[in-house]
Each structure stands twice: as C-alpha cells, then as structure tokens.
Design a protein around this ligand. Structure first.
Ligand code: SF4
Length: 322
C-alpha cells in the first residue's frame, strides 16, 4: 500500500478521480504543478482559527479586539503570499487563480469571514476540541481525520462534530439537504469519532463561514456501512495500483491537468519518471488522449515569493499573542 493512511480528503479525491489522487499522493516525486489559490486560502483560514483565534490567551478569541485580529490576518496572509513558511504550516510556490481570486481579493474575503466569526463566537464558550487528530488502524491501513472542532450541545451535553467550510456549502432545498445528509467527509468523522470515544456523537455540523450558518445533520449505522464499503473498494484499488482517469467538470479545478492531459510532454526531459510502475500507469492512456485532442485550460499563474516586499509585523501583536 503506497499511502500512509486514509483521510476524508483522500476519499473525496479518489471518488472524484483516482488519477488525481495518484498524482497528489502516490507518485514520487510529486508533479511540480501550481496549486489553486482558493485551497491555500481555505487552509490559511482553518489554520488561523485553530492556531491564533483559539490560542490560550487571556482573551476569549485570542486577540484583545476584532481590529487587532484583522490586522494580524492581513499580516499573516501577506506573509503567506510572500512565501513565508514559518508563519504558516507549509511553503507555497506557484499558484493558479480565477477571476476575483487575486491575493488582495482573498485578503478581503478573509477579513469578512473572520469578522463574522468574531461576532458570532465572541460570547460563546470555546470549542471543547480544536483540530482534534484521530488516527485508528483499520484493515491494514490507518484512518486519519482532523476534526475542526468539537462543541457541546448545551441541551443534551453531548458532542457536536463541526467542520468549517470557506467555500460553497448547502442551501435549504431538499436536494441540497440530501447532499448534506450524504456528505462522505462527515460520515467519516462520525465513524472515527465513534471508534475513538466509543459513544455516538450528538450530531454533525457544517459551519458555513461565509454565511455564519451552522447546518446540522445526523448519521446512522447504514451510513457507516456504506462508508465501510467505499473504504474496502478504495483499499483494494490502491493496493492493485488501479488509478483510472475520470474526466468531467471537476477537471477544470484539478491542479494536475498538465501531467494528466499531456503526460508525454510533462514527464520527459527534466521530469523523467523514476518509477517504472508509475510510468506504465501514466502513459497507458496516451494514445486515447491524443485522439481526443484535449486542451489544457488557460490559467493565470503567479509565483508567490515574487509578489510583494515583506510587510512589517504589527508591533502590538507580539504582546497579545505570546
Ligand atoms: S485532469 Fe481530470 S482526469 Fe486528469 S487527473 Fe485531473 S481530475 Fe483526473
């Protein structure tokens, strides 16, 4: 088995397109492609909330005031965009972006989301757990999940598993509620939580950070059995190095268009493959692809470390955060 563990994002990636998962998690060295800035932004907001807002300080939300928090967010985001890997968990190289996704646009979006988060949470108790990592052995692999938050339902005293979302979530229509009810990531958290705490959660929730809205849902035994069936198939397919390409609308958001659509060009010269098995998998569809005459989307790109001169760290933050 070429992977360390199975996480909800791995399952979603595999369900979307096994070849995408192959590029992002199996192939070594990993293709050197620009990543979508929206994903960097989502990770940055998650990191900011767990690391700075819920840092142990004398203040309920980590900062003396909302203004101080926003100031720090602007500094934090600009440092990420300057390629600083000390303040964030990883270094960002080249990114690609769509309309309204320039760093400045996302800085403003972050200000909006965090201001809203501040207003909605300043008078609430802190979550019981933040970024709770659970890792459990399962059928020869490890199931790994990092639960954004666990909060207490004041009416039942039981745990609510909360997943934060910066992107589009679910509306109130029956169709969208069906998607919430069947969201595989939440089912994964429910299963992991039950294995770890040996008790059932109160409920699960998607916290839509754009709308400041919490959407609740439940999982039953049938959902867990359905997930276990998916896990079985994924473990089998990964063990047998079965990575099909699944073309579709989702390809427009895939970081790996270049190695996938034009493998012959991408994996030659400086990027020659080192792994024979990988080579046969990657090149297996070349003939078929060249007959389809596929085009790679025209994407705007930027190299993060060359964006702007470094911004000065706001003076007072040092005092508030340490
Ligand atoms: S471009 Fe499409 S088919 Fe290719 S790896 Fe990405 S999602 Fe899969």
């Amino acid at each position: 088995m070429a992977i360390r563990g199975i996480s909800p994002s791995l399952i979603e990636e595999y369900n979307r397109c096994p070849m995408q998962l192959y590029f992002s998690r199996i192939l070594e060295p990993k293709p050197d492609v620009p990543e979508w800035i929206g994903k960097v932004f989502g990770d940055a907001i998650h990191y900011f909330i767990s690391t700075y807002i819920y840092k142990e300080t004398q203040y309920p939300l980590g900062f003396k005031s909302k203004k101080n928090m926003i100031k720090f967010w602007c500094y934090f985001w600009s440092q990420i965009m300057n390629g600083d890997d000390k303040i964030f968990k990883r270094k960002i190289g080249e990114v690609w972006y769509r309309q309204n996704e320039l760093p400045e646009d996302l800085k403003k979006k972050g200000i909006y989301i965090l201001s809203r988060y501040w207003d909605d949470n300043i008078n609430l108790p802190r979550p019981l757990f933040v970024e709770l990592k659970i890792e459990i052995p399962y059928n020869g692999v490890h199931l790994i999940g990092v639960i954004d938050q666990i909060r207490i339902n004041p009416e039942t005293g039981k745990h609510v598993i909360v997943d934060l979302k910066t992107g589009k979530t679910y509306g109130d229509s029956d169709r969208e509620q069906f998607s919430l009810r069947t969201n595989i990531q939440l089912t994964f958290y429910a299963m992991l939580y039950r294995m770890y705490f040996d008790v059932e959660e109160d409920c699960l929730a998607i916290y839509d950070l754009n709308q400041g809205k919490m959407m609740m849902t439940k999982r039953d035994d049938k959902d867990i059995l359905f997930l276990q069936d998916i896990l079985r198939k994924i473990i089998d397919n990964i063990s047998n190095a079965n990575y099909k390409r699944v073309f579709g609308k989702h390809c427009s958001m895939c970081d790996y268009q270049e190695p996938c659509y034009k493998p012959e060009q991408y994996f030659t010269g400086e990027r020659e493959l080192t792994d024979d098995q990988a080579e046969s998998i990657i090149f297996s569809h070349i003939k078929e692809l060249s007959q389809q005459n596929l085009q790679i989307s025209n994407r705007e790109r930027m190299v993060i470390s060359k964006l702007k001169p470094k911004q000065k760290k706001p003076k007072q933050l040092k005092l508030k955060l340490r």
